[in-house]
Design a protein around this ligand. Structure first.
Ligand code: SAM
Length: 490
C-alpha cells in the first residue's frame, strides 16, 4: 500500500505532493506542487498559484517544512506563470528562505512589514480530511467536519474496519472515513493487519469519474473503492471473481453511512439475509391520536426489491456476519427521518435514535482596553494589538532620540537652556522606561474583559442523523456452545 499524503505527508512539501495553502480562516486552496509550468490540475495554474493575496510560485514552496508561513512572491510571475518566469529553489530570496525556518520575533516583524507593503502570505499545510472538506471542489452538498466526526465516532469506526458509504457525492465524508479505517502500512508483528476499506457508491456518473480521479491522486485507492451504481436498485454487493476462493464476499461491512434522498429504499439491501420486507399496511402507516410516538408512513412505501436480481449475488448480505453493524443516515427533513425509522424498525434494527447536531462556533476574545499612559493615549491594547502598542512605543522613542540630537550644538555638546531641558528629558525618559518595563512584564493578553460571541455563519447544513444497530446473528452451533458454557437456569 503506497503512502497517501493524507496519512504520511512527510516533513516537508515535496514535488507532486498535495498541499493546502491556508490563506485565511475558511479560505484554503488545495494545490499539487509542481516545478513544471504546465497546468496539471484543476486547482492550481501550473507552477504558480495566483490568489487575491498574491502569487505563490511552487518553486518557492517546495522543500519548506509544513506549517511554514510564506510570503507572496514579489517576482513578476507574469501573473499566470509563463514558462521562463519560473524560479529555481536556489533562487529564492533570503527572506523567503528565512521563512522556511521557525520564525523569531524579528521574522514576524518582516512578515508584517511585507504585508504592510502590499504582499500577502499563506501558510503551507499538509492535506487532511478537514482541510479537504473546506477546500474541495463542491459537486454536491457535503458533510462537514462537525457532522462526520460525530458520525464516525457513533459508528465506532476503527482502523481495520470496513464502511459502506452512499452517495459519495463530492467525497468529503469519503476522505474522513478513509482516515478512520486506515490501519497503517505493513504488518503488526508476524500477523498481517487487516487493512480498512471504504466502499463508496454513487449513481451520478460525472461525480463518480471525478471522485475516482481524486481518490487515485490522493493515494487513497488501496482503501477506497468507488462504484457507479444506483443502490436503491442494485444494493451494495461487490462482484468478486468466482475463481478467487480466498476472497470473502465484499464489502463485508462493519458500518454504514447513507447520505441519500431516500435511505429507506437502500436499507432492504443491508440486512443479514436480504429477506423480503413486508409492505406497509394502512394500519401500520396511519398514526393514531392514542399513539403519538408512532411513526407516520408517508408517500413512498418500502419496496423490498426482491425481484431485482443483479449480476452480484443479490441474496448475499454485504454485512460482516461476525460483527454488530452500525448505521447512520443523514437527512435534511423530518419526513425522511420518519420513513427511515420505519424501515429500520421493520428490518430488525434496534436502538434507533435520531440526533441533530447543532454546531456553533464560539469566538472567544478579550475586549480591548485603553493604555492610559503618556505617549500611548488612544492606543488600545489587547491580545491582538500588543505589537501595535510596541510599534507606537518605538515611534515615541525615536521621536525622543530625534529631540535629543536636535538639541545638540554642532560640536556635539548640549546646547540652549541646558538645565530645564535636561530635567524634562530625564523625567520623559524615566516615564518611557516605566512604560517599556510595564509593557515587557505586563501580560497584556490577560487584560480586558473576556467575551464570547457565537458566529452566525457556519459551514454545516443542518440535518437529522438517524443511528441504529443491527445485532449479530448467532448460528445454532454458537447458541449451543453458549448454552453449554453458561446454561440458562430454568
Ligand atoms: N456525503 C457526500 C459528501 O460528503 O460529499 C455528499 C452526498 S450528496 C448530498 C448525495 C449523493 O447521493 C449525490 O451525489 C447523489 O447523486 C447520490 N445519490 C442519490 N441517489 C442515489 C442512489 N440511488 N444511488 C447512489 N447514489 C445516489
Amino acid at each position: 500500500i503506497s503512502p497517501s499524503p493524507f496519512f504520511h505527508p512527510g516533513k516537508v512539501a515535496s514535488q507532486d505532493s498535495l498541499a493546502v495553502l491556508h490563506l485565511k480562516r475558511d479560505l484554503l486552496l488545495p494545490i499539487t506542487l509542481r516545478t513544471s509550468s504546465e497546468a496539471t490540475d484543476g486547482y492550481a495554474e501550473g507552477a504558480v498559484t495566483n490568489t487575491r493575496f498574491g502569487s505563490f510560485p511552487h518553486s518557492t514552496l517546495l522543500g519548506l517544512p509544513w506549517g511554514t508561513q510564506v510570503l507572496a512572491s514579489k517576482v513578476d510571475t507574469g501573473s499566470r506563470g509563463r514558462p521562463g518566469k519560473k524560479r529555481k529553489l536556489e533562487d529564492r530570496s533570503p527572506q523567503e528562505e528565512q521563512l522556511g525556518t521557525k520564525q523569531s520575533g524579528e521574522e514576524r516583524v518582516a512578515v508584517k512589514a511585507a504585508v504592510a507593503a502590499g504582499s500577502g502570505f499563506a501558510h503551507l499545510l499538509p492535506p487532511t480530511p478537514e482541510s479537504w472538506t473546506i477546500s474541495l471542489p463542491h459537486r454536491t452538498q457535503v458533510v462537514y467536519t462537525p457532522d462526520y466526526s460525530y458520525i464516525l465516532q457513533r459508528l465506532r469506526v476503527r482502523p481495520g474496519d470496513t464502511i459502506i458509504e452512499a452517495g459519495a457525492g463530492s467525497g468529503s465524508f469519503t476522505h474522513a472515513a478513509a482516515r478512520a479505517v486506515y490501519n497503517g502500512l505493513g504488518t503488526a508483528g508476524r500477523k498481517r493487519k487487516r487493512q480498512g476499506r471504504v466502499f463508496s457508491f454513487e449513481y451520478h456518473e460525472p461525480r463518480v469519474v471525478e471522485l475516482k480521479r481524486e481518490i487515485k491522486e490522493h493515494g487513497l485507492d488501496p482503501i477506497v473503492t468507488v462504484t457507479h451504481r444506483d443502490v436503491y436498485q442494485d444494493g451494495f454487493n461487490i462482484a468478486t471473481s468466482p475463481d478467487d476462493q480466498r476472497e470473502r464476499p465484499l464489502p463485508y461491512a462493519d458500518a454504514i453511512f447513507l447520505d441519500l434522498p431516500a435511505p429507506w429504499q437502500a436499507l432492504p439491501h443491508l440486512t443479514r439475509a436480504l429477506k423480503p420486507v413486508p409492505s406497509p399496511t394502512p394500519a401500520m402507516a396511519a398514526p393514531t391520536s392514542d399513539s403519538p410516538n408512532d411513526i407516520t408512513m408517508t408517500s413512498d412505501p418500502i419496496d423490498p426489491r426482491e425481484e431485482n436480481a443483479t449480476s452480484y449475488n443479490a441474496t448475499q448480505s454485504p454485512l460482516n456476519p461476525q460483527a454488530t453493524i452500525r448505521v447512520c443516515t443523514f437527512s435534511p427533513c423530518i419526513e425522511q427521518v420518519q420513513q427511515t425509522v420505519t424501515a429500520l424498525r421493520r428490518l430488525g434494527w434496534v436502538d434507533v435514535e435520531m440526533v441533530e447536531v447543532m454546531h456553533k462556533r464560539i469566538d472567544v476574545r478579550r475586549e480591548r482596553i485603553g493604555l492610559h499612559e503618556e505617549g500611548l493615549r488612544g492606543v488600545n491594547a489587547s491580545a491582538s494589538n500588543v505589537e501595535e502598542a510596541t510599534d507606537r512605543l518605538r515611534e515615541i522613542e525615536n521621536r525622543f532620540k530625534d529631540f535629543h540630537s536636535s538639541n545638540r550644538d554642532p560640536d556635539g555638546r548640549k546646547g540652549g537652556n541646558k538645565g530645564v531641558g535636561d530635567k524634562e528629558d530625564k523625567s520623559k525618559k524615566a516615564r518611557l522606561d516605566r512604560i517599556k518595563a510595564d509593557l515587557k512584564h505586563r501580560k497584556i493578553y490577560k487584560e480586558g474583559r473576556l467575551v464570547h460571541r457565537t458566529e452566525p455563519e457556519l459551514k454545516t447544513h443542518t440535518s437529522y442523523l438517524v443511528f441504529a444497530i443491527l445485532p449479530m446473528e448467532w448460528t445454532q452451533a454458537e447458541e449451543d456452545a453458549c448454552e453449554a458454557r453458561w446454561p440458562v437456569a430454568n
